[in-house]
Design a protein around this ligand. Structure first.
Ligand code: ADP
Ligand code: MG
Length: 389
């Protein structure tokens, strides 16, 4: 069912690159976070959903130790490395994500063989929809499936995160890989970042997700992120809790005098955001747009005023979309901030309100062109053998 006519070109491309037919396909989606920003590393709650945009890898096992990989998004390039040797970063940046996953699986003691792989994806890269997690999870799925490792989706997610942390050197939390690996069609995922427990939360059938990428050029903000992390840790320490997950507003108020202004504000965001995630689960269960709208608006304001990770372009986009939708939709920034995307939840009939408002106001106010992605919550990782013929 996953392979059909539209994949014919993809299948042919595999055959023409590797002079053999693909044996199976691994598919993992990008994601958007509906609410719960900067709560992951404070061991709180997040509520992402998998997208219908996904990364697909056709593959064929080899009988040697060579991994060869190419991508429809990087035509003419091919990365090649030998599992018999130490796995180190190569010349192709994108190829390093495959090396990273092979590195982590090998480190875990799994014995891998070689593969030919061809990647194709409609997850936009570098737009905050986590094309990197989709790629890592899809590669992890290949190894798990072929060698019958019996890993749960959550373990594949953790290995994907380790690949990104330890090989790519990007200190991301586990949310992106968890939702890409474990997403359920039509559902968001409530993830407890302390216990790693997940719960599938149905998204009412009449709602769609509209992601608007600001295309605001993100500056180097690593030091900003690090400082916020430190502020959160210090705030927790001053409340004498292991992490902000264990804090509440009363504790925050009583420790206020000992905190710097920023420590207080960052903690205020995280504590209130955790509650908003839990309340959003309730609002979705009731299909209550007004509650959803209030919660997402409050989340955005908290990210703007307390966590201070928005920029005028994303504040402006939220304002434009929020005004256009009125009571009909909920809007906030999503992802790491300092640019990136905003997310709207609304009914299908109201999508043109967003499209028209963005076309009319965004470029004229910010001199930037936005990209709009419309979808519903898609499935997590799937790996399937292809028919022999
Ligand atoms: P994001 O995860 O937000 O999309 P990242 O910078 O974390 O952005 O990851 C994007 C990188 O992942 C790309 O620069 C590329 O190296 C790799 N990547 C993602 N999708 C593909 C693909 N389809 N083919 C090859 N590499 C990809
Ligand atoms: Mg990424």
């Amino acid at each position: 069912m996953t392979i059909d006519k539209q994949h014919e070109h993809f299948l042919q491309a595999f055959t023409s690159i590797y002079e053999a037919k693909a044996q199976a396909i691994s598919i993992a989606p990008g994601r958007v976070n509906l609410v719960g920003e900067f709560t992951d590393y404070n061991f709180g709650f997040v509520l992402p959903c998998a997208l219908q945009y996904n990364t697909r890898i056709l593959f064929k096992q080899r009988d040697d130790k060579l991994i060869r990989v190419s991508s429809m998004q990087y035509p003419g390039e091919i990365d090649e490395f030998d599992l018999g040797e130490k796995i180190v970063p190569g010349d192709l940046h994108w190829g390093n994500y495959i090396r990273a996953v092979a590195f982590v699986f090998t480190r875990e003691g799994h014995s891998l063989s070689g593969f030919d792989m061809l990647i194709d994806s409609d997850v936009p890269q570098g737009s905050g929809l986590s094309s990197s997690a989709a790629l890592e999870v899809a590669v992890g799925g290949i190894f798990n499936h072929t060698f019958e490792l019996g890993l749960g989706s959550d373990k594949i997610a953790l290995l994907g995160q380790a690949a990104e942390n330890d090989f790519i050197d990007c200190q991301c939390g586990v949310m992106d890989q968890m939702i890409s690996a474990c997403g359920v069609e039509g559902h968001a995922m409530l993830l407890d970042c302390e216990s790693l427990e997940t719960k599938a939360v149905p998204i009412p059938d009449d709602l769609v997700i509209v992601i608007v990428n600001s295309n605001y050029p993100r500056k180097l903000v690593d030091s900003e992120y690090n400082q916020r992390r430190i502020d959160c840790e210090k705030a927790a320490e001053k409340m004498q809790v292991a992490s902000l997950r264990a804090a509440n507003m009363a504790m925050l108020q009583s420790a206020k005098a000992q905190m710097s202004e920023n420590e207080f504000k960052r903690a205020h965001h995280v504590i209130s955001e955790n509650q908003r995630v839990l309340d959003t689960v309730g609002a979705l269960a009731e299909n209550n747009m007004q509650k959803l709208r209030n919660l997402m608006t409050a989340s955005h304001q908290s990210l703007r005023d307390d966590f201070e990770v928005t920029v005028p372009a994303t504040d402006g986009l939220v304002e434009i979309c929020s005004q256009a939708l009125g009571e009909k939709g909920a809007v906030r920034m999503t992802g790491g901030g300092f640019g990136g995307a905003i997310v709207c939840v609304c009914r299908k009939a109201d999508i043109p309100l967003i499209e028209n408002a963005v076309a009319e106001h965004y470029y004229s106010r910010f001199n930037l062109k936005a990209d709009i992605y419309v979808c519903k919550a898609g499935n997590g990782l799937i790996v399937e053998n292809l028919a022999a013929d």
